[in-house]
Design a protein around this ligand. Sequence first.
Ligand code: C2E
Ligand code: MG
Ligand code: MG
Ligand code: MG
Length: 284
Amino acid sequence: YAKKKKGTAIQVFNSTLLSAFKEDAQIERDLHSAIRGRQFELYYQPLRDLEQNTYIGAEALIRWHHPKRGVLFPASFIDIAEQSGMINSIGSWVLEAACRQLNLWQHHNADMTMHVNVSARQFFSGNLFEQVWQLLTRYRLKPKTLILEITETELMGDIRHATFLCQELAELGVGLAIDDFGTGYSSMRYLKQFPISKLKIDRSFISDLTVSRESREIVSAIIAMASALNISLTAEGVETLEQEAFLAKSFCHQAQGYLYSPALREPEFAQFILSAKSPSVLTH
Ligand code: C2E
Ligand code: MG
Ligand code: MG
Ligand code: MG
């Protein structure tokens, strides 16, 4: 890329940086009208229970139908939303949409669970407890069927405050999951301190499972630790039957990944669940 330009490396760097900056500023402006314009949509990725061989719920993943750019994935706008503070209104929209959907699913299967990603800013905003409480009431959800996913790094940012907020949420009865587990630096000590109900093993370990003995050791250690602390586990990014087989024989109880399905729009998700051989899910 640099070779094509005639300027010095510094000029190329500056112009690249400048255009990235302009692009971010444009995304930020566009985000303002995205909620009102109903441009966000939740997609749902099925979560599989490896012991029961059924789908037990979904993780809600946001997509943005940008009027000019087409479908945008969270990687291209969540950080910008987080920095600009807009993540709070986006996060509220996500929670509401996910709970409304969960209520509909639960008409058919009362045990369906919904995982919702919560950003650091949203988590520490001070409104989350109130909002979750209202949604549980409005949509008559059993608290444990809603699981909030927070990354390790987010929690470790302010451990004291995070412990307090987690305790409050745990008292409501909702599940708390640490997302991308293994990529941050939580210690056993903090895992014991936080009322965490689930760990999601980061997909970087899963993708290496069949080729790296180290990754297998790490995953086995995480599984042993979670079981000792009575915390449930989901493996993220399961793409092959070999990975699934290793996880199942190591007693990792839940899995999520392209092996089963990518995130789907609502009608396709319901269809997927119905057609999967899982008699107890979304049927009477
Ligand atoms: P995450 O919470 O760790 O979600 C898992 C990501 O891995 C999703 O990407 C999913 O589509 C992808 N994935 C699932 N299975 C596989 C697989 O087998 N292989 C591979 N290579 N990837 C797989 P997505 O939807 O692009 O989301 C990326 C991240 O954006 C999420 O990571 C989450 O941190 C964030 N995010 C998504 N939705 C929301 C939201 O509503 N609010 C907030 N605050 N963050 C969100
Ligand atoms: Mg997640
Ligand atoms: Mg993750
Ligand atoms: Mg993540």
